[in-house]
Design a protein around this ligand. Structure first.
Ligand SMILES: NC(=O)c1ccc[n+]([C@@H]2O[C@H](COP(=O)([O-])OP(=O)(O)OC[C@H]3O[C@@H](n4cnc5c(N)ncnc54)[C@H](OP(=O)(O)O)[C@@H]3O)[C@@H](O)[C@H]2O)c1
Length: 204
């Protein structure tokens, strides 16, 4: 796949590295001149993989949003035409959301005609870089109305090394998926268990 990663921080950087390893074409949509975490990522994957957001989006079929939720209005303007493309929303609006929308997913659904899915928001970025615990692959989770976007997210989760990508349901479950992310944050950070923990669905 050709993937535009918008946001070159913890999450964007981790997923970009995993998808490059899996053989995908990845372009980072960034603000120039590159600063901070973008420079750090460029030393790992090469500066030739960075482009202005509009150009990265034009050249790709899949777009990952891995920025603070409040940046989405600015990003929608910079992306240009996204019709026919898949957008994966990995953001969380737990601290500050894209008001008046509850989540970035809702904002994208209202303001673009792309196929959207919420995914890669429910676990720490370290688990995206290494989703294997004691030889077992942890799970990723997703929600949204588009089957096409979900199929793309599922494949990209498997390509990252996740064991599965569990479907939480349609758009009415997107807020629940952000609360699920908050559950991981609660256990890992607020309750002091540390970031080396993850969720996996087991079945009998
Ligand atoms: N950290 C985690 O483990 C984790 C896990 C799951 C989900 N999430 C969610 O994923 C999102 C990103 O988290 P993160 O930890 O990766 O954040 P981060 O390390 O702070 O990176 C954020 C990135 O967004 C970019 N950005 C900010 N405003 C922008 C704008 N207006 N246009 C373009 N790019 C912009 C920043 O670029 P500059 O540096 O150039 O400003 C930076 O590259 C958040 O919504 C977070 O809640 C985080």
């Amino acid at each position: 796949m050709k993937i535009a990663v918008i946001g070159s921080g913890n999450v964007g950087g981790a997923l970009a590295q995993q998808w490059i390893k899996a053989g995908h074409t990845v372009l980072i949509g960034a603000n120039f001149p590159l600063s901070g975490k973008s420079i750090e990522l460029a030393t790992k994957i090469g500066e030739d993989r960075f482009a202005v957001i509009e150009n990265a989006v034009k050249q790709c079929d899949v777009i990952l949003i891995a920025t603070p939720a409040t940046a989405i209005f600015d990003i929608i303007q910079q992306m240009g035409d996204v019709s026919g493309k898949v957008i994966i929303d990995a953001s969380n609006a737990v601290m500050k959301g894209p008001e008046p929308y509850p989540t970035v997913y809702h904002c994208l659904a209202d303001r673009t005609s792309a196929a959207i899915v919420k995914c890669f928001n429910t676990t720490g970025f370290e688990n995206m870089l290494n989703p294997v615990y004691n030889n077992e692959r942890i799970d990723m989770f997703m929600a949204g109305d588009s089957d096409k976007a979900k199929e793309t997210a599922r494949q990209l989760a498997l390509d990252c090394g996740f064991g599965g990508c569990i479907d939480f349901g349609k758009a009415d479950k997107v807020v629940l998926l952000e609360q699920f992310a908050l559950s991981w944050i609660n256990l890992a950070i607020m309750q002091g268990n540390g970031r080396d923990m993850a969720f996996k669905v087991v079945r009998r």
